[in-house]
Design a protein around this ligand. Structure first.
Ligand SMILES: C[S@@+](CC[C@H](N)C(=O)[O-])C[C@H]1O[C@@H](n2cnc3c(N)ncnc32)[C@H](O)[C@@H]1O
Length: 215
């Protein structure tokens, strides 16, 4: 499988590709799977792992300096990066979205001190639930759970639809797999890639790709 480096990752991608054959049942399975995965707090150690924090800082460094007012973090897990966004952008309303209700319970507890402008909602990225748009949308370390190309194409359309005119979408995934995961974003109508930063200086290289919606 192009861009996937080792046997556990190949098995991981095969598992989620198989789940994506379920049609609408994919959403139910992913919801249950990620609730189970979050059976213990912070399963990916996002709050404490130095690599994750390096990736968060590197992501924020790529952003054009703009007065962002509405920010969405898709696949926010327990809200570590979402809270960082609310702290870094004190003028913005920030929303975290995830398919796992259990992850979101912990995200709400983590962001309690910012609750006047930080909120969390349960939703499947692939299933439209509202018409809100945002001037900054993040989707990090999430697209490889969606499986088949057709699901990635749908995700690209959904993510594009979440952008306000001129809004930015920031996708962050392992490199070189990001070439495939971001491929449908590259060709999605209504937005264009304005930058791509590839960081190969760590044990797990990653790409930060930024897309801008038409004004
Ligand atoms: C590896 S975590 C990434 C957390 C965060 N974005 C980061 O980079 O620190 C992936 C998250 O995506 C969520 N997720 C997976 N599929 C999803 C979907 N279809 N819709 C919404 N969230 C999803 C999972 O529940 C999980 O919390």
């Amino acid at each position: 499988m192009a861009g996937v480096r080792n046997i556990p990752e190949i098995m991981h991608r095969t598992l989620f590709r198989t789940v994506s054959l379920l049609g609408r049942g994919q959403s139910v399975v992913l919801g249950r799977y990620f609730d189970w995965w979050h059976r213990t707090p912070d399963p990916w150690k996002l709050a404490t792992d130095e690599y994750e924090h390096y990736k968060y800082r590197t992501t924020l460094e790529q952003l054009p300096d703009r007065p962002y007012r509405s920010i969405l973090d898709v696949g926010c897990s327990e809200g570590v990066f979402t809270c960082m966004l609310a702290e870094n952008y004190p003028e913005a309303r920030v929303t975290g979205l995830d398919i796992s209700a259990r992850a979101l319970e912990r995200a709400r507890a983590r962001g309690r001190h910012l609750a006047d402008r930080l909120s969390f909602a349960r939703a499947d990225l692939l299933i439209p639930t509202h018409n809100d748009t945002y001037d900054l949308v993040f989707c990090a370390e999430t697209l490889y759970y969606l499986g088949r190309e057709e699901r990635l194409r749908l995700a690209a359309a959904r993510l594009g639809g979440l952008l306000a005119p001129g809004g930015l979408l920031v996708a962050v995934h392992p490199w070189p797999e990001a070439r495939r995961l971001h491929g449908h974003l590259d060709s999605a109508p209504g937005m264009s890639k304005i930058s791509e930063h590839v960081d190969e200086g760590t044990h797990r290289p990653f790409a930060v790709s930024i897309y801008q919606a038409e004004s």
